[in-house]
Write a protein that binds this ligand. Structure first.
Ligand SMILES: [Zn+2]
Ligand SMILES: [Zn+2]
Length: 138
């Protein structure tokens, strides 16, 4: 435990290589942090926008809170997001088999953000997760 970076036993080439890897790792982490702060900002704006829309009487009864498109029985069926409880259209949510319900893109992104932030805090860099997972309903 508590291994330190000891370069004394390495040749110059090896030491150079190790340093390059470390630098690359730091760069990756910085990039990941930037990406997460962008995502966080985006989610905050979306949250504020959605609160405004939800205040408009009856808006969410007729229109998707995410894309603002009007629901229609065949073309844009209405679903309820399990997390935020807003009405969303089929295109703005995905089916979660293990929850037996729908989660909207916004809540899905929020989850990714929380998970990714936890990873960054733990010090490991995760590969960017695609916003729509394999379990999306097509
Ligand atoms: Zn929508
Ligand atoms: Zn939601």
């Amino acid at each position: 435990m508590g291994r330190k970076l000891d370069l004394s036993g390495l040749t110059d080439d090896e030491a150079e290589h190790v340093l390059r890897v470390v630098r690359r790792d730091m760069k990756l982490r910085k990039k990941e942090e930037d990406r997460l702060s962008d995502l966080k900002h985006e989610l905050e704006e979306e949250g504020a926008r959605c609160l405004l829309l939800a205040k408009q009487c009856g808006f969410n009864e007729q229109c998707c809170i995410r894309c603002c498109g009007p629901f229609s029985f065949f073309l844009k069926p209405r679903r309820v997001c399990l997390d935020c409880r807003y009405n969303v259209c089929k295109a703005c949510c995905s089916y979660r088999q293990h929850k037996n319900g729908y989660v909207c893109v916004f809540c899905h992104k929020s989850r990714i953000l929380v998970l990714a932030l936890a990873e960054v805090t733990r010090g490991t860099v995760v590969e960017p997760v695609p916003v729509c997972g394999d379990d999306i309903e097509r």
